[in-house]
Design a protein around this ligand. Structure first.
Ligand SMILES: Nc1ncnc2c1ncn2[C@@H]1O[C@H](COP(=O)(O)OP(=O)(O)OP(=O)(O)O)[C@@H](O)[C@H]1O
Length: 615
């Protein structure tokens, strides 16, 4: 009988020492063959982890942990595993996390999921659909301006001055949301009014062409008139007091210094300031405020760099007092450096087109104006058609308590605006974008010319078209090309020197009165290389860069051509927002060429078709 000692065990080798079966019955054949079967594959199969490098060991001999957050963490990976790279949540944060996929959240994820290309450049801050629906419900009951507790004179001026000729005009959604909030008569306002001490902050955000200007102007003018009445009462009481004291002094024959007249000078110290990015917008907002002041009686002035310094000085300081000032930040900041009192009585400060005025080119002028007016400020009102993510982040840190007054359709381009696409690479343009642009304008313009009835078919059903380009230099190039093709076009850009003609053309587009002395923008050189070419009557074209598009009220414009595909959805919203204003219909045409983001254009079109908010 064979006896197997532990050291001779063929199958268990070293382990055999501890093997419970290292006993004499190990010799049984059955057990030996089983062990052989088990061991066979071990000689043929490689470990699954054979390709991996052996773990790096620290000086203490322990494996070094991979740094997932390091910029080199993803090197040499063959699989994308984004989850792995996410930092683990801090302890305790699980409690605050909402249960996954509940109600609105889940639905929104699905809605967002459609914008695959736009997600890559996600530019806009999100407003939940739940919030949009609740705002809709809240403002549903407001049907007329009379429901706002405005002073009777302010109330009257709406139909007779601001919306003259518009019978039965109803407040727009942003006016329904903002006017009660700024007056402090909405539910939140009533609750907080009593414990209000410092400055109130508001963000008004609504679609383009939805009447935001009137939404902030009416409550501010109302507040100015209230303050005026209070101050008049106070002045009367002080006057009575002074009179009484004088009589007392006379009766008592007391020697006292006569305090004399109160030297409180309010010239050059406006109560309300409205900041806008361009001189064109200064003119636009001032015109509306002036229309209101005919009835309401308050003093408003607009100043911009297009006005001479002498006129600026007289507008600010020549009047006994000034109630409202409209300006650009650059100009006001330079005036405030020389004359700090200009910001010493401001109770209402509006930053219109806030997304522009808080961006890099304006922020260094806008922010100090806010800081310097803060001691007297009662309301800071920011206003914008879009809330970019950068602005959203800035507001969260700088104004965490700001009240966001948004409308249900914020960031959605209305369905009444259609977006068409012209493929520039295809026949007959063969990549010539300017030719495609001129041809598109001719197609739009021809129908206007055909419908003209006058002998020279002028001023009859004139089509106004805005062409948007991304770069300043392109604006001039494109307008010159269009003129060479017989189109009445002018560039609106800071790079263009013909300021007077620009102003005329813009006035014509915005419906403002044209100066009678000017020959009018209809006279365009219609010749190319000394030869008179055919011309397109009844069509006017403005070639503009993005800054020209901000805030300008071009209600008469039905067509917008996007010569360049806009960089972000923000630009899409502002540019297409020059048409389809205040419930009108409009048409946008985008020229798509080689290298342009077709997927982005497609998604914007789909979003517009479905009336969805862009992201
Ligand atoms: N309640 C209303 N009913 C009818 N029209 C109105 C009403 N309120 C304002 N409007 C008109 O709507 C037009 C657009 O107004 P406004 O320029 O204030 O729009 P906006 O929202 O500031 O646009 P943007 O975002 O482009 O600056 C103006 O011509 C204005 O007279």
């Amino acid at each position: 009988m064979l006896r197997a000692t532990p050291s001779l065990c063929l199958f268990c080798e070293v382990r055999s020492v501890l093997h419970p079966k290292s006993s004499p019955w190990l010799q049984s054949r059955q057990y030996a063959s089983k062990q052989l079967q088990r061991r066979k594959p071990a000689r043929l199969e490689l470990s699954r982890r054979v390709a991996e490098a052996p773990p790096k060991l620290s000086s203490r001999g322990k494996p070094i942990q991979k740094r997932t957050g390091s910029p080199f963490a993803a090197m040499n990976r063959t699989r994308v595993n984004i989850r792995e790279s996410r930092p683990s949540p801090p302890p305790g944060s699980e409690k605050r996390r909402k249960p996954p996929g509940r109600g609105i959240e889940r639905k929104e994820k699905r809605q967002d999921g459609d914008f695959r290309a736009l997600k890559m450049q996600r530019a806009l801050s999100n407003v939940s659909y739940q919030r949009r629906s609740s705002i809709k419900e809240e403002i549903n009951h407001i049907q007329s301006f009379e429901q706002f507790p405005l002073l009777p004179v302010v109330q009257e001026s709406i139909s007779t001055q601001a919306l003259k000729g518009m019978e039965d005009a109803e407040p727009t959604p942003i006016q329904r949301v903002a006017i009660p909030a700024l007056l402090g008569t909405d539910n939140v306002g009533k609750r907080t009014r009593k414990r209000r001490d410092g400055m109130e902050q508001f963000l008004l955000a609504a679609e383009t062409g939805s009447g935001k200007t009137l939404a902030y102007l009416l409550p501010i003018i109302d507040a100015i008139k209230h303050a005026e009445a209070r101050e008049a009462e106070q002045a009367k009481a002080e006057e009575d007091n002074a009179k009484r004291k004088k009589e007392e002094r006379k009766a008592g024959q007391l020697f006292e210094l006569d305090p004399g007249e109160d030297a409180f000078d309010s010239s050059g110290r406006p109560r309300a300031i409205i900041l806008v990015p361009t001189a064109e917008l200064v003119a636009q907002v001032t015109t509306l405020a002036k229309a209101l002041c005919h009835k309401i009686k308050f003093r408003v002035s607009g100043i911009s760099s297009s006005i001479s310094p002498t006129v600026i000085k007289s507008r600010l300081f020549a009047q006994a007092s000034i109630d409202m000032l409209v300006s650009t930040p650059h100009l006001l900041a330079s005036i405030a450096d020389a004359e700090p009192r200009v910001l010493s009585r401001v109770s209402h400060l509006v930053i219109d087109e806030a997304d522009s005025l808080f961006d890099r080119s304006f922020a260094k002028e806008t922010t100090p104006i806010i800081d310097r007016s803060t001691p007297t400020l009662k309301q800071l009102i920011l206003c914008s058609a879009t809330i970019p993510r950068s602005l959203d982040n800035y507001l969260r840190t700088r104004f965490p308590d700001i009240r966001r007054l948004v409308t249900p359709n914020l960031h959605a381009i209305p369905r009444r605006v259609q977006l068409g696409v012209v493929e520039v690479d295809k026949e007959p343009y063969r990549g010539n974008k300017s030719l495609a642009c001129a041809d598109t304008i001719w197609t739009i313009g021809k129908s206007a010319a055909e419908h003209g009835t006058g002998p020279d078919k002028e001023n009859v059903d004139t089509k106004r078209i805005i062409v948007f380009v991304n770069e300043r230099d392109t604006a001039k190039e494109v307008s010159e090309y269009l003129v060479s093709k017989g189109i009445d076009a002018i560039a609106l850009s800071r790079a263009v020197d013909n300021v007077e003609k620009q102003a005329e053309a813009l006035a014509d587009f915005t419906g403002a009165a044209l100066p009678t002395t000017s020959p009018g923008p209809t006279s365009v050189p219609l010749s190319t290389k000394g030869r008179v070419a055919r011309s397109l009557p009844n069509t006017k074209v403005l070639v503009a860069t993005d800054l020209g598009s901000r805030g300008i009220d071009t209600t008469a414009v039905r067509h917008v051509i996007l010569y360049d595909v806009p960089h972000t959805t923000i630009d899409f919203i502002h540019r297409l927002g020059r048409t389809g204003r205040m419930g009108r219909r409009g048409r946008g045409i985008v020229l798509v060429g080689k290298g342009d983001r077709r997927d982005v254009v497609k998604e914007v079109r789909e979003g517009m078709f479905m009336g969805k908010a862009l992201i």
